[in-house]
Design a protein around this ligand. Sequence first.
Ligand code: PPS
Length: 568
Amino acid sequence: MIIPNLAPIPELFVSYDSAQKLKVEAGELTSWDLSPRQICDLELLMNGGFNPLKGFLGQADYDSVVDTMRLADGTLWPMPVTLDVTEDFADSIVEGQDIALRDQEGVILGTMTVTDKWTPVKSHEAEQVFGANDVAHPAVNYLHHAAGKVYLGGPVTGIQQPVHYDFRGRRDTPNELRAYFRKMGWRRVVAFQTRNPLHRAHQELTFRAAKEAQANLLIHPVVGMTKPGDIDHFTRVRCYEAVLDQYPSTTTSMSLLNLAMRMAGPREAVWHGLIRKNHGCTHFIVGRDHAGPGKNSKGDDFYGPYDAQDLFRQHEAEMGIEMVDFKHMVYVQERAEYQPADEVAKGATVLNISGTELRRRLAEGLEIPDWFSFPDVVSELRKTRPARSKQGFTVFFTGFSGSGKSTIANALMVKLMEMGGRPVTLLDGDIVRKNLSSELGFSKEHRDLNIRRIGYVASEITKNGGIAICAPIAPYATTRRAVREDVEQFGAFIEIHVATSIEECERRDRKGLYKLAREGKIKEFTGISDPYDIPEKPELRLETENVEVDNCAHQVILKLESMGLVAA
Ligand code: PPS
């Protein structure tokens, strides 16, 4: 007899032969290009990870899940799994119609019969599901700013799994995991969910959980979508692989879960439990602040640290998976070991390194003690998060034509090259216009395009550890802000206003352009017949009148030094 958690679970895929036929037919259907989050959801719908869902929620199920955490038939399901689309796309669909669901490269993964189409009240969804209509919550932000206005619901027919090129051997469907547990004879399996690298505290917690539940351990990290700003999953998986040999291989396994997390705390914990049950697990670890989204816009926590455990406990019997609850684990110096925070003896010295403190130490290249993590994990993290003095960055000069941007930028480039260590690229206004933007003029639209292109190249250089020096006029504050956002995903952005007055630029008139602009022979000339938004809070403002170029460039170097970007 196969015990229930190890029996095969229903999937939404059709047979191989039917899939080949359906794929050809689906080519004729109206198709929806899935967002990265929808691809994650579809994968778990199709492979049974979201069992008992048979597709994206229809309106009755959606309303019921939002208000009561249950499907319309009463089954416990805490998270709305919906197909959000644009109004235009929704207008082109009638209820009863089949649509094809394509990944971002156009591959058809499945089809859906649209049974429901409705416009949700997103503020209500936010209040009910996430506890507040506050965009400081990443899922509420997504709901309002990324998700489409209309939801479509209906049953899904699976054609093929989304393709993953990375860590293929470490990804398992629920049925693959169930088969593995059967093969290994694992009847009791405790799952550990994580979106962070594993340090010693996690190892201790998972060891204790497995002991307590007398179960085998499945390390089941999320590699779909986690909280914005988290360490990327490539680095994390390398970190997991580095600690795997700390675990007994006969009782521990690791598998990657392509889930798009919502950071919904208590509801998310219940959802995670159901997903793990579908993957054949009998126990699930819920620690402190499970799937916590951080602080709300008033600076308070969205959920209490143990709210997730409380909600899980309420529904545990019905869920069919047991919770192994844990308090926060801390390192007790006198005992040289980790203990749950509530078991620490009075007066003992408790050591702790928070996530923020860890990021600070990585950024500044400071020591990360052995009691906190494993040397192999730390070295993986250091590769991805090198010290600031080894990270890429962008220096962005802005100012009038003839203000001295290019000259100072050139001097800065030479000084940085003299220091060495990182490749330096100069994206000067004139040079960019000859190469990247040769077809563009000086209308607002064209200037914006030009600056966005510079921003894109600078962000790529920054991402790859180089220094980008940009020196366009960049007259519009909104465009400069957009470039800053592009670059800051990968490294520092230093805006430098070369504050030479328009009178001085016109007096110098190095290229003779101001004369032509005054005569009306050059139209839309910045400062003469076109606007320039003076930067309000640049990292540095350079006065160039009566100051040597070398001194201006040196002021930039000092600024970079004070920001830790070049080693002192
Ligand atoms: S922008 O607004 O940032 O896209 O401009 P940018 O690409 O930096 O401009 C590069 C050079 O183009 C010359 N030029 C003009 N500048 C401003 N307005 C008009 N209409 C114009 N026409 C030509 C000017 O010499 C800019 O060079 P710099 O290096 O700033 O002197």
